[in-house]
Every structure is written in C-alpha cells, then in structure tokens.
Design a protein. Structure first.
Length: 256
C-alpha cells in the first residue's frame, strides 16, 4: 500500500467492511458513526480534499486505530499534502496570484462558486441576483468571468466549482482589493447582526491581553481553524451559502 494514500485506503476498507456486514449501510451512516460530516468524509475518501492534521487525528481516534496505524494514518495525510504542494507549486502560484484575485475580489464571486454545490442550483442571472442581492449585470458578468478563468465549469447546463478551495499564494500580504473585500465581508456581518435572528447566524468575540510577538502563531491557528470548520460543516446536501470571517485586531494604540 502506498503510504501517501494510506488514510484513504483505511477509510475505504473500514467502510467496505461495514457494507459487507450490512449491504444497506451508507456513507452517511459511516460518517455518523465517526461523528463526522458526510460531505467532508466523502471528499476525503475520494481524494477531493486532504484532511488537516487535526482532522486526520479525529478520524483516526474515531476509527479506533492502533497507535502504529494512527501514526501512519496522520503522517500519510501530511505527506500527500506536502507532495501536492511540491508538485503543483508553480501551478498554484499562477492560480492564486494577485492578478487573479484582482479580477474576483468582490464577495459575490466566492458566493456564486459555493452556490454551485447546492443541488439544482439555478444559475440564471435573475435568480442569482435576487439570491445574493446584487444586480443582474453583476450576476452575469461574475458567472462569465468565473467560467473564463476556469474556476467554474458548465457541463450540460450544470454549473460546478472546479477547485475545492483556493487562496492567495502570498496570503500574508495585503493589497487594496484584499482590504476592500475584507471590508465588504465586515459590512455583510454588520447587516446580518442588525437584520437576522440569532438562530440564523453566529457572532462571537473575545477580548484578550497577549504578547504581540505571537501574532504569527494566531494567524496559523486561524488558518487551520477555518479549514477544520469547513471540513466539519461540509454537507452532501448543502442548502445555503454562509461566510466565515475571523478578525484579530489590536485595541491598544501604538505607543510613542
């Protein structure tokens, strides 16, 4: 067994064993037994998503693997992530360049991409405009732009996002358009807080005194958390598009 796909093989073998014992056993039930999202588990098993170290550890614990198997399971996820990064470094740098981001920085481009995961999604300009509160011209131009850039595909009038996730290659650098996108998302959050009942949104904050030298550690933890939350909330049958945004800012002013 090739170590790079060990975690996939373990998941497939465990699932196959359950099915042999019960032909009606489903992937959704497998995910339920593992206390995991069915959609995220499907992506991991079929290679559309690589689990983070934390996710791999949770799966290994749920599968009740031996210490040796658990170590191999987690390492295989880390190894395949490293392999894909090294093999596709040049490609990803182009795909996630600042030039690309400058063409799709408006928030609704990302919303439209995620909307493609919803079954029977209506991609008419009128429907998308109404759904996201934008104009029909913005809707049409955004879809055309995403198709042209290869981030969205149309096969027999069924639209689908072509990349599971992507981010800026220089993700720790900022730009005018990146700042504008972040402001757009904060404005969306303010509107949601003012207009939506608490049952339809989540807003949380914490004030803390920290060592400023640990900001980079916070950045890494937030990046990891975003991916893990996405893994946990992913579903085989999504119904809505949500935005998750985390802001970590200083409240104390710079001292002279």
């Amino acid at each position: 067994m090739h170590v790079q796909i060990y975690y996939q093989e373990i998941l497939k073998n465990h699932f196959a064993a359950k099915v042999r014992r019960n032909p009606l056993y489903s992937l959704r039930k497998f995910a339920f037994d593992l206390k995991f999202s069915a959609g995220a588990l499907s992506h991991i098993i079929w290679g559309r998503r690589i689990p983070t170290e934390g996710t791999a550890r949770k799966l290994a614990d749920s599968l009740r693997l031996s210490n040796t198997e658990k170590k191999k399971f987690i390492e295989s996820a880390l190894n395949i992530k490293k392999l894909k990064t090294s093999v596709k470094t040049e490609y990803l740098a182009v795909e996630e360049s600042q030039d690309l981001f400058d063409q799709i920085w408006d928030w609704y481009h990302y919303a439209i991409l995620e909307y493609s995961y919803i079954e029977h999604a209506d991609f008419s300009s009128k429907h998308i405009a109404k759904l996201f509160g934008i104009t029909e011209s913005q809707s049409q131009m955004a879809v055309d732009r995403l198709l042209k850039l290869g981030l969205l595909q149309n096969k027999d009038n069924v639209y689908r996002k072509t990349k599971d996730r992507f981010s800026l290659a220089q993700k720790h650098q900022t730009s005018n358009n990146l700042r504008k996108r972040q402001i757009q998302i904060l404005e969306k959050a303010i509107d949601a807080i003012q207009t939506l009942p608490i049952e339809e949104r989540v807003a949380a904050a914490m004030t803390m005194a920290i060592d400023k030298d640990k900001i980079e550690l916070a950045r890494k933890l937030i990046d990891r958390s975003l991916n893990e939350i996405c893994d946990l909330l992913a579903s085989e049958n999504p119904t809505d598009v949500f935005e998750l945004q985390i802001t970590f800012i200083p409240l104390t002013k710079k001292r002279d």
